[in-house]
Write a new protein. Structure first.
Ligand code: MG
Length: 489
């Protein structure tokens, strides 16, 4: 066991180096350094991959003698990952890395003009490689499940399809009701300088007690959280001058991810159980803080005083008016700007398309048409171009198939966790008073302290006593939006 742990901790240092290089690439790296940086990352990344499938690690895993539950989990999670990746020829792994890096760069150039023809042939190649990769990893029922398993261990496409179909029906009903109401004025439709936004966002992180001795707040085009090493989990946000909501909610979202990473027990660090349970669970923590805490009236009652002190022109609005304005529901094109009600529709479209692509039921050239057709059907808008359509997100062009559903799963886990939390504390009062330690303690005990010891299906059951369900989400949305809109949703 001792040798096994040391092996993992040594290997993790390469992964940590890659994380730092990546963070720098997204924040401060000079623009022209991108090509070489991609080579460095690919070189160290491939080396890390080789260490993680080395025969020595296999022998250590097979001969280890775990003495307790934690050590048993280190071995079982370690074996699961080792034997999965061991099957993948390093050549295929490297070809996928190179193709996706090239495609991502092509996509960045082609995206502003929505030129899908520019990315088509490389995307075809990447999907072909990804299908081969999935076949090697192995799966039950359908090929897409092999990829889903990389992000949400144990989850099956059929199960997601069932849950999503319930979410879809409910969401469409809510949308119809909300749209029959008169639109209210948007207090946030104004310019607020980056300096003021920075001041408020920094205050916000102190208010939430983000530990600046173990992290930083910087700026990037797409906000992200990067666990770089032990006691080093950095977050970014972005400042849009004419909508301060964007920075506020990006910051709170990433804070939720960072809190998870920082609360995993130090003794798990670098080991197979030393990360979040799944991508969906990780997203449940960011969405919990962003939406359930950060978009609640109680939270706005707590921050209102500081908000109007930093931005005095907002004084003319009441706290209820501001709270309503951060919760407006509307049909929109861009996933990352969608409200928490319509957000899942954006995910369902992507899930249906990527599942069909990987399973061989849809060809790459038909992506834009299928996208626009589904968008019209679910979100109810005609997509004017691919920039606002199938080329808006980096995931497919970076080779991340099977990732999208975890965003919506995160919303559902979050609501289910919230329902449980409310049984033990007075949520509104706690949030209003800024007593976040009580909430953090609950999350730490039930989720963060477990690291990756359990698969998401086991973990949600351990926390709530129930399997994953769309019902707590439906209940949460109904209660909240009935108040936001002053009519029964
Ligand atoms: Mg996130």
């Amino acid at each position: 066991m001792k040798e096994l742990k040391e092996y993992y901790k040594r290997a993790d240092k390469y992964s940590s180096a890659v994380s730092l290089l990546y963070w720098d690439m997204q924040t401060y790296m000079p623009k022209d350094a991108g090509h070489y940086r991609a080579e460095v990352i690919s070189e160290i990344g491939t080396y890390f991959f080789k260490i993680m499938v080395d025969d020595i690690l296999g022998r250590l895993l097979e001969t280890a003698q775990p003495q307790n539950e934690i050590e048993e989990k280190i071995v079982s999670v370690g074996k699961r990952e080792y034997y999965k990746y061991k099957k993948v020829p390093p050549d295929l792994f490297q070809e996928i890395m190179i193709t996706s890096t090239m495609l991502e760069q092509k996509w960045e150039v082609a995206k502003p003009n929505g030129d899908f023809g520019e990315v088509m042939s490389l995307l075809e190649k990447l999907i072909e490689l990804t299908r081969r990769y999935a076949d090697i990893l192995g799966y039950e029922d359908e090929r897409y499940n092999a990829l889903l398993d990389l992000y949400e261990p144990g989850m099956k496409a059929k199960e997601i399809e069932q849950i999503f179909s319930n979410v879809k029906i409910f969401t469409l009903k809510v949308l119809e009701k909300v749209e029959s109401l008169p639109k209210f004025e948007d207090p946030f439709d104004r310019e607020i300088s980056v300096d003021k936004q920075k001041e408020f966002n920094n205050w916000l992180l102190h208010y939430l007690k983000y530990d600046f001795n173990k992290g930083r707040l910087d700026v990037s085009t797409h906000p992200f959280t990067n666990p770089i090493g032990l006691n080093d989990v950095r977050i970014t946000t972005r400042y849009i001058v004419n909508d301060i909501r964007n920075s506020i909610y990006s910051t709170i979202h990433e804070f939720g991810h960072a809190l998870y990473a920082l609360s995993i027990p130090t003794e798990f660090y670098g080991l197979p159980i030393g990360s979040s349970a799944s991508y969906g669970f990780d997203e449940s923590q960011s969405r919990f803080w962003e939406n359930i805490v950060g978009r609640s009236l109680a939270f706005w009652e707590g921050i209102y005083g500081k908000f109007v002190e930093v931005i005095p022109e907002m004084k003319e609005y009441t706290v209820e008016e501001l709270w309503r304005a951060v919760n407006r529901v509307q049909r929109s094109y861009i996933r990352t700007e969608a409200d928490e009600v319509t957000y899942n529709l954006h995910i369902i479209i992507r899930f249906e398309i990527e599942r069909a692509l990987i399973n061989g039921e849809l060809s790459v050239k038909d992506i834009p048409d299928r996208w626009n057709e589904l968008f019209k059907k679910y979100v109810g808008l005609e997509v004017p171009n691919n920039t606002l359509g199938c080329m808006q997100d980096p995931h497919w062009y970076g080779g991340n198939f099977g990732y999208f559903p975890t965003y919506a799963l995160g919303n559902l886990y979050a609501a289910q966790i919230y329902e449980k939390l409310k049984e033990t504390i007075d949520f509104d009062n706690t949030v209003r008073n800024g007593d976040f330690e009580i909430i953090k303690e609950f999350l730490r005990e039930k989720i963060h302290s477990k690291g990756k010891m359990y698969e998401p299906a086991e973990l949600i059951k351990l926390i709530t006593g129930e399997p994953l369900s769309h019902e707590p989400f439906v209940k949460y949305i109904k209660e909240k939006y009935s108040k936001v809109y002053g009519l029964e949703i």
